[in-house]
Design a protein around this ligand. Structure first.
Ligand SMILES: Nc1ncnc2c1ncn2[C@@H]1O[C@H](COP(=O)(O)OP(=O)(O)OP(=O)(O)O)[C@@H](O)[C@H]1O
Ligand SMILES: [Mg+2]
Length: 388
C-alpha cells in the first residue's frame, strides 16, 4: 500500500513541481457534510475512498469551488452551507508553479460570496476563473450526451472560457443582447407590425457577435478533436470509432438572409430562433448518434475521452497541468477499460495531480496496487480516517 507523499519525491526529482499547479492542503469549515476537515494531498494520484454518502463528491466539489467559484453540483451557494450553520469556508494552500499561493472561498447566508487570493479579495468572480484550472469528471456528465444542445454548448463554452477571456466577454455580450431582443419580442405579443428599426439595432450588434463566437468554436473544435480521438483510442483501443461534428446556422452561406427571413417566425414564437445560441455538437460512435444508440459504458467512455481531451487542450493552452478531479470514474466500465484508464492516469509525465473517488475501496486498491505515486485517504461521515 502506498502512503501519502510516496510519489511526491519521484515527481519532484523530475522537475514537474516547478511548472505545475498542486493543491497541498484543504481546510473546510461548515461545507456540506463537513463541519471541520483538514486534509493534505500529494502529487500523483490521490485516491479518496469511502462508502456512499460519506462526502467524497463534496470534497471534490470544494476544490471545484476554489477553481470555478461555484459548486459543480448545487448552484445555490446557501444549500452548500452545512445544515444549521451560518456560513462555509474553503481554504486552500497551493503550489502555483513553484510559488506558494492561498486561495480561499467564504460564503455567509444573505451576503456575497468572497474569493481571496493570497489574502486579497477578487473583485470580479469571473476574473478568478483560470487562476486554479481544473477539469472535473462526474457521473452526471453523461447528461452532456443525453440532454439537449444547451448542455453540449455549456461544456465547450466552459472549456473555452477557462483560457479565452475574449470569448467569455463575447458570450456575456451575446447573452445580454439576446435577452434584450427576446424580451422586446415578448413585449410585442406577436404583433407583426413590430418596430423593425429597433430590432435592426439589436441585429447589427448580434450578427457580428454570432460570427465571432462561431468562428472561435469552429477553430477550437478542430484543435480539440485530435486530443479527443487520441484519448479514446488510448483507453478503448480502436474497436470503436467516435466523432464530434460542430453544427451551426452561422456556417451556412446565407446565414444573414436566413436570420432576417426568420423574423416573422421570431415575432410569432416571441424568441430568437437562429444564431450561435442554437449551435450544437453532434456526438457519434461508429457513425451513429451515441445519444440514441450508445450503451451506458460506451457513453461513459465517450465522456471520459471528452473530458481528458479538455484536460489536454487546456494544458496545451495554459502551459501547465490543471488539477484533475475524477468522481466515481470507474462506475459502469468493464475491467479491461478500467485497466487501460489506470495505465493512462499513471503516466506521471502527463498528469501532475489527480483526485479520484471510489466507493468500492477494494477495487481501487487492486487496480492501483502496482502503480507508483498513489496515496489513499478514507472519509467517513465528513471526517478523515487515519491511517487510510
Ligand atoms: N448542506 C449540507 N449540509 C449537510 N450535509 C449535506 C449538505 N449537502 C449535502 N449533504 C450531505 O452530503 C452527503 C453526500 O455526500 P457526497 O455526495 O459527497 O457522498 P459520496 O461519498 O460522494 O457518496 P457516493 O459514493 O454515493 O457518491 C449526503 O449525506 C448529503 O445529505
Ligand atoms: Mg459521490
Amino acid at each position: 500500500m502506498s502512503q501519502p507523499g510516496l510519489g511526491c519525491a519521484k515527481l519532484t526529482e523530475k522537475g514537474l513541481a516547478a511548472k505545475s499547479m498542486k493543491l497541498n492542503r484543504l481546510k473546510l469549515i461548515n461545507f456540506k457534510n463537513y463541519l471541520e476537515l483538514n486534509i493534505d494531498f500529494t502529487e500523483g494520484i490521490n485516491c479518496i475512498l469511502g462508502k456512499n454518502g460519506m462526502g467524497k463528491t463534496n470534497l471534490l466539489d470544494a476544490i471545484h469551488y476554489i477553481s470555478m467559484t461555484r459548486s459543480a453540483i448545487n448552484s445555490v451557494d446557501q444549500q452548500n452551507i452545512a445544515h444549521g450553520q451560518p456560513f462555509f469556508a474553503i481554504n486552500t494552500e497551493l503550489d502555483n508553479k513553484g510559488e506558494a499561493r492561498k486561495v480561499n472561498c467564504y460564503f455567509e447566508k444573505g451576503k456575497k460570496k468572497i474569493i481571496k487570493v493570497d489574502g486579497k479579495e477578487v473583485e470580479k468572480l469571473s476574473n478568478h476563473i483560470g487562476t486554479v484550472p481544473c477539469v472535473l469528471i462526474t457521473p452526471d456528465d453523461t447528461d452532456i450526451i443525453r440532454e439537449g444542445g444547451e448542455f453540449r454548448r455549456k461544456f465547450f463554452d466552459s472549456v473555452l472560457s477557462q483560457y479565452n477571456k475574449e470569448y467569455m466577454t463575447l458570450l456575456i455580450n451575446m447573452n445580454r443582447l439576446l435577452k434584450q431582443r427576446n424580451s422586446f419580442l415578448k413585449n410585442n405579443e406577436g404583433n407583426l407590425k413590430i418596430d423593425k428599426q429597433l430590432l435592426d439595432i439589436y441585429d447589427e450588434s448580434l450578427i457580428p457577435i454570432f460570427r465571432k463566437v462561431s468562428k472561435i468554436r469552429k477553430e477550437f473544435i478542430e484543435g480539440f478533436i485530435p486530443f479527443f480521438n487520441n484519448n479514446y483510442q488510448l483507453i478503448f483501443e480502436g474497436a470503436e470509432s467516435p466523432d464530434i461534428h460542430y453544427k451551426s446556422d452561422i456556417l451556412e452561406e446565407h446565414f444573414e438572409n436566413e436570420f432576417k427571413n426568420a423574423l416573422q417566425k421570431d415575432i410569432i414564437m416571441q424568441r430568437t430562433s437562429m444564431g450561435a445560441h442554437k449551435d450544437d455538437y453532434i456526438f457519434r460512435l461508429n457513425g451513429r448518434p451515441i445519444k440514441k444508440f450508445g450503451s451506458q459504458g460506451q457513453q461513459k467512455s465517450f465522456i471520459i475521452a471528452l473530458k481528458l481531451a479538455e484536460y489536454d487542450y487546456l494544458k496545451s493552452q495554459i502551459g501547465f497541468e490543471p488539477l484533475l478531479l475524477l468522481d466515481d470514474i470507474f462506475d459502469k466500465l468493464d475491467d479491461q477499460r478500467i485497466e487501460h484508464l489506470v495505465e493512462l492516469l499513471s503516466d506521471q509525465a502527463r498528469f501532475h495531480q489527480i483526485f479520484i473517488t471510489d466507493a468500492r475501496e477494494e477495487r481501487s486498491r487492486a487496480f492501483f496496487k502496482d502503480i507508483v505515486g498513489v496515496s489513499f485517504q478514507k472519509i467517513e461521515d465528513g471526517d478523515l480516517l487515519s491511517p487510510a
